[in-house]
Design a protein around this ligand. Structure first.
Ligand code: BT5
Length: 248
């Protein structure tokens, strides 16, 4: 059953102790015309990642989806993923975690100096609209908050494992405040993202349907695509085309 509760955040919150996927519930609300609503759950039984991958979401995490109706073209929607990752990394850093951003949609904690990392959070942005305008956009954010690392898939970490438990209300509030700030100032997203990015400067391999791209990740474009310097020149990869990115 859903419970409404108040935060000092510019969104109304629908809380579920357990739900299939907060993104699914958010899409339902978006389809009914809702906006600036957040679906928050303690546990998801059918959490989703990108490309139909599973997202483990046991009780104790922060599983949240934000319904918005931004006045943007679909081409700029990836900026919302970057904004969500900046907001998440900022809230995690305030909780004492050395959180950085891995393009396109991960918040990670570096391990050593060779580009290795553990995944703390992931973002799943979904939208509906026409070629020239977005009707609704759902930013789904999953953060491994108060969870033991052994309750999570390999390669994952949690706020608990890195820095100890957080007050999840406070964490969500800070995350939403930051997200709200960046969605109101989209020009500020890429500069803030660059400050927290782990990927820029790394030698990477990106798998995409059109084939792999190998080279140095040098920057993101103003719409959030990754620019890779390869032996054959610069290649720009959009987030939607990225199946996997790994440092090599
Ligand atoms: C993501 O997908 O990273 C996006 C995850 C979005 C989850 C949120 S929770 C709230 C909202 N409601 C939803 O149903 N989803 C959103 P992707 O980049 O495809 O990464 C998925 C991969 O991460 C999986 O294939 C696993 O390898 C790994 N993984 C699964 N659960 C994980 C977890 N809890 N922590 C770290 N890694 C995980």
């Amino acid at each position: 059953p859903a419970v409404e509760f108040e935060l000092e955040a510019p969104f109304s919150i629908e809380y579920h102790d357990s739900v299939g996927s907060t993104n699914d519930r958010a899409r339902e609300l978006a389809g009914e015309g809702a906006t600036d609503v957040v679906v928050l759950a303690n546990e998801q039984t059918g959490g989703r990642g990108r490309l139909d991958r599973e997202w483990a979401a046991p009780a104790g995490g922060v599983w949240v989806s934000v319904v918005t109706r931004p006045a943007i073209t679909p081409a700029r929607a990836p900026l919302y993923t970057l904004a969500a990752s900046v907001a998440t990394a900022t809230a995690a850093r305030e909780a004492g975690v050395d959180a950085r951003i891995k393009w396109p949609n991960d918040v990670v904690v570096p391990v050593g100096d060779d580009g290795d990392y553990r995944k703390l959070a992931g973002i799943l942005t979904e939208m509906e609209g026409q070629t020239d305008r977005v009707d609704w956009l759902v930013a789904g954010i999953g953060v491994n908050a108060n969870l033991d690392a052994d309750a999570l898939p390999e390669g994952a970490t949690s706020v608990r494992a890195e820095a100890g438990d957080v007050d999840r209300r406070r964490f969500v509030q800070r995350l939403l405040e930051e997200f709200d700030r960046y969605r109101g100032d989209l020009e500020a997203v890429v500069p803030a993202w660059r400050e927290l990015a782990l990927t820029i400067g790394q030698h990477v391999r990106v798998d995409r349907p059109a084939g792999e791209v190998v080279g140095e990740a040098i920057d993101v474009t103003e719409s959030g695509a990754l620019v890779v310097e390869t032996d054959d020149g610069r290649v720009t990869v959009s987030a939607g085309d990225c199946e996997h990115l790994r440092p090599v």
